[in-house]
Ligand binder design. Structure first.
Ligand code: HOZ
Length: 427
C-alpha cells in the first residue's frame, strides 16, 4: 500500500513546484519521499503515516523549547483570542523590542519583520543607505535568505541542489556582491585593501549553519570587525540561526564580537513568523519614517507571532537553560563520534550551544571547500538508516542540526545507539 507520505507528495507535486514550499524539504539531496508531518510534541514529530521520530531539525532551529510547549501554545492562544493582526503598533511589540535590546547589547534599536530573508535584505538596504555605497561582501556557503544580492554562492537549499547562485538574479545585481572564502583572513585583508572604501556592508553567519556547521576562527571574526571599522563598512552579523541558539547572547556574546547591525529570526519567533534587524542607533535612524531608507510590512510585529516569540524567550532565560542545551548537543556529537571511531568510520562531529554538525570526513571542516570534500553519499545513507530507526536529521549534508530543551538524556542515548547499530554494519 502506498504510504500517506507518498500519496501527499504525489498530490502536492501537481500543484506545488517540487511538491514543497521550500526546496530543501523535497529530499532531493538525500533521495526518497519527503515526510509530511502531522504533529509534534516536545522532542518528537509524527509523520502522515503515524510514525514517530526524534526530531533534530526543530523546524530548522526555532523549536528550542520543543514542539508545542504549553506556555508557548497558551501565549499564542491568548494572543489569537485578542485579534490576529492589526497592522498597527501593539504593546507586545514594544515588549519584544525592549527585551531584544536588553538581551543583546549591540542592539540599540530594532525593527521587527516576519522572516530571516526580510531581515537580511532590509539590513543590506539600510547599510547601503547609511554608507552611500553599493558593494557588499558575503562568504561562500553562507546563506542569508533568498533576496537577489544574497543568493550568490549561497548555502542551504541553494547549495544542496548544486546551484548556489540562482537563475533570475540579474548579473548587474550579483556583480555588486563580492564573495570570499569563510575563515580566510588573508583573503579578507586582500579584498579590503583593494576595495574597502567601496564596501557598504559585510554580512556573515558568525557560525556558518547553512553549509553544514562551520565554526569561525577567532582571528577571522576579529579581522572582520577591525577592517569594517577602518573602512567605514557596516558589519552585519546574521544571527537568524545562531541568535538565542548558541547562547542567550547569540554568537556575538559567545565569540565576543560586536556587530554594527544584526539580524534575528527562528528562535525569536518561537516557530511563528517573527524576525528582526537592528543595531547601532545612528544607522537605525536612517530607516523610514525617521530616515530615507524604506522598509515596511503588514505582518511586521504580528501579535500572535510576537506572543510565541516572547513566551519562548522567557523560557530560554531560565537558569541553566543553555548549559543543559549545550550539554545535550555535546553528548550527541561525542556519542556519535565515539561510535564511528569504534567501527573505524571516517566521521566527526561538533556542536556550538544547541546546534551541531555531522561530517563524514576525518577532520572538522573549517571552510566551504572542506565541507564539499566530505562524503555526501555516506551522509545520505546514514540519513536514511537513521530515519528508518525513527531519528529525523536534516535531509541534506549541508544543514546544521538542532537539539531542544525537550530532548532528554535518554533520547540522546537512543539516538547514539541507533547510529551505533548502523555503524556496526557499515561497509
Ligand atoms: N533554509 C532553511 C534551512 N537552512 C530551510 C527552510 C525550510 O525549508 O523550512
Amino acid at each position: 500500500m502506498t504510504s500517506h507520505n507518498q500519496q501527499l507528495f504525489d498530490a502536492s507535486q501537481k500543484v506545488i513546484p517540487g511538491g514543497v514550499n521550500s526546496p530543501v524539504r523535497a529530499f532531493r539531496s538525500v533521495g526518497g519521499t519527503p515526510l509530511f508531518f502531522r504533529r509534534g510534541q516536545g522532542a518528537y514529530v509524527w509523520d502522515a503515516d503515524g510514525k514517530q521520530y526524534t526530531d533534530y531539525v526543530g523546524s530548522w532551529g526555532p523549536m528550542i523549547v520543543g514542539h508545542c510547549h504549553p506556555e508557548v501554545v497558551r501565549a499564542v492562544q491568548d494572543a489569537a483570542a485578542q485579534g490576529l493582526g492589526f497592522g498597527a503598533p501593539t504593546a507586545a511589540e514594544l515588549e519584544m523590542a525592549e527585551l531584544l535590546c536588553k538581551l543583546l547589547p549591540s542592539l540599540e534599536m530594532v525593527r521587527l519583520v516576519s522572516s530571516g530573508t526580510e531581515a537580511t535584505m532590509s539590513a543590506i538596504r539600510l547599510a547601503r543607505g547609511f554608507t552611500g555605497r553599493s558593494r557588499i561582501i558575503k562568504f561562500e556557503g553562507c546563506y542569508h535568505g533568498h533576496s537577489d544580492g544574497l543568493l550568490v554562492k549561497a548555502g542551504s537549499g541553494a547549495l544542496t541542489f548544486g546551484q548556489p547562485s540562482s537563475s533570475g538574479v540579474p548579473a548587474e545585481i550579483a556583480a555588486l556582491t563580492t564573495v570570499l572564502d569563510y575563515n580566510d583572513t588573508p583573503g579578507l585583508e586582500r579584498a579590503f585593501a583593494e576595495m574597502g572604501k567601496e564596501v557598504a556592508a559585510v554580512i556573515v553567519e558568525p557560525v556558518a549553519g547553512n553549509m553544514n556547521l562551520v565554526t569561525p576562527k577567532p582571528e577571522f571574526l576579529q579581522a572582520l570587525r577591525k577592517l569594517c571599522t577602518e573602512c567605514g563598512a557596516v558589519l552585519i552579523l546574521d544571527e537568524v540561526m545562531t541568535g538565542f541558539r548558541v547562547s542567550l547572547k547569540g554568537a556575538q556574546g559567545h565569540y565576543g564580537i560586536k556587530p554594527d547591525l544584526l539580524t534575528l529570526g527562528k528562535v525569536m519567533g518561537g516557530g511563528l513568523p517573527a524576525a528582526a534587524f537592528g543595531g547601532r542607533r545612528d544607522i537605525m535612524q536612517c530607516l523610514a519614517p525617521l530616515g530615507a531608507v524604506y522598509q515596511a510590512g503588514t505582518l511586521s510585529g504580528n501579535p500572535v507571532a510576537v506572543a510565541a516569540g516572547l513566551a519562548t524567550l522567557k523560557l530560554v532565560q531560565t537558569e541553566g537553560f543553555y548549559d543543559r542545551l549545550s550539554k545535550l548537543a555535546q553528548q550527541l556529537t561525542e556519542g556519535l563520534t565515539a561510535s564511528a571511531k569504534k567501527h573505524g568510520i571516517s566521521f566527526c562531529a561538533q556542536s556550538v550551544g544547541g546546534m551541531f554538525g555531522l561530517y563524514f570526513s576525518k577532520s572538522l571542516p573549517t571552510s566551504y571547500a572542506e565541507v564539499m570534500a566530505c562524503d555526501k553519499e555516506a551522509f545520505n545513507r546514514f540519513f536514511h538508516a537513521m530515519l528508518d530507526k525513527g531519528v529525523y536529521l536534516a535531509p541534506s549534508a549541508f544543514e546544521a542540526g538542532f537539539v531542544s530543551f525537550a530532548h532528554t538524556d535518554a533520547d540522546i542515548e537512543t539516538t547514539v545507539s541507533a547510529a551505533d547499530k548502523i555503524f556496526s554494519s557499515w561497509k
